[in-house]
Write a protein that binds this ligand. Sequence first.
Ligand code: HEM
Length: 504
Amino acid sequence: MGLLGRTQYLTLPHSPTTWLATILVLIALYLASNRYQRGLSKIPGPWIRSISTLPRMWAIYATHSQEYDIELHEKYGKIVRVAPNILSISDTSEINQLYGITTKFTKSGFYSLAEVYDTSGRLFPDPFILKDKEMHSKMKRSAANAYSLNALIQMEPYVDEVLAALVKKLDSFAADGADCDIGEISKDYAMDAVTSITFGKNFNYVDRGDHLRFYKGLDTMTDYMAIFGQVPWVHAYLLKNQWIFRWWLKDDNSATEIAGLSEREIENGRERTTNTGPMTFLERLLLNQKTNAASISDHEILTHALGNLSAGSDTTATAIRALLYHVLKDERVHKKLTKEIRSSLSLPISFTVANSLPYLGACIREAMRVHPSVGLLLGRTVPKGGATICNHYVQEGTEVGINPFVLHHDPQVFPEPNDFLPERWLSSESTEEHLKKMNRCFFAFGHGAHTCSGRHISILEITKFVPTLLLRYDLELVDGGRSYRYKNRWFTTQEGLLIRLTSR
Ligand code: HEM
């Protein structure tokens, strides 16, 4: 029989009922292939989560997915299938396999949504998104001394300048007796502090707010990543597509402006020749380049600088808000912390002295424990050859991860996990063994190979900010903090943190 004769058997269905039946069969096959893909059907979890990623995307869109994730782990155990190709893990004995320094697990597809390219199409090799382990190590090495605690002490005067502007602003609130949205102000403070540390001058956010329109772009990106990062393949048809990206940006060229501004700062920073005295982050990287030109390129320096701006404001502000809210909400803690600070510190706050105060340190750690700034899985891809996780064999390519929010609310590690109890971090209150366990499970800054590079910077900012407030003013929450709320769209950002300040 010729070809024409055979095609009569392949003609398309005519009746609407046949069309409908065909579509339903195809959908059923698709959902079944989701459920049985990679042999994951034996991993516990709600049935609906095994056939479609939509319920997970919906939960994230609804802004409180971490609560549902905690419930899922309570019901199903240490490993839960939260989407057809995503496993949430809450087993502390799996931390090293997934995140340890020598892990073979790589960053999951989620992070590819944060890839940024320059105008000539070159990827900015931000360590945050890099799957290539060699490139990641090179990027970490080339900036290690700029992120070190030692370097940070030299950057302290830059933060002092920002604090002086902040105090001036807060003084006017105290003088007027007006309610102060300290949550918004702490974001402006974190932004100015991180730009000041990076470039030696800030963008004047404390006085002028978001005049460079940087926040809007960042907020939209985090929302976009939180929801569509669960199905990273769709990114190619959304914002990775240049046409769609340009349409979406419309006339917003703030990202290009900030990149241009950073490039100009790099050019200005080249003058520095010695490594003594206060030195900015950028100057240190340029000095590294001068010493060994092959160690770091201009493109890599720009990547680090831009990384600081995008990673360093919202995360730190979230930690500051959590700390202020929980301390001011609890009269006992508020009194105890105020007493420690007022009896040991004076203005301007010295980071070295403040950092040695045990109760302040415990309050900061507990605030970041009870309210970590990141509230979704730190996703990783199972490497070639697969892995055994929580006694289940998991095929390569599956996405797995631990959510800091879930781990931080595990009652076996943190008894009474919903309570703000700074004392749990004091050596006088917890055994050495339990402290070790809690520290291993402290995931606010991630863990292992991809641990947050800027953690010392953010601790410096927080450790100077909160004592400055408690030394200079008496503080109280407006209406007992009734307007305080937060949403979890990857970053667990709060709003409505209103306080009243009285000068002392
Ligand atoms: C309280 C403040 C902060 C929190 C809670 C935080 C949290 C995190 C977390 C959880 C990760 C790991 C992500 C993962 O493993 O998937 C990370 C990575 C990173 N953070 Fe932060 N961060 C904070 C502040 C900062 C600041 C101030 C900077 C820069 C000035 C910064 C720069 C980075 C960089 C460069 C990475 C990528 C490290 C790598 O992958 O090797 N962060 N951060």
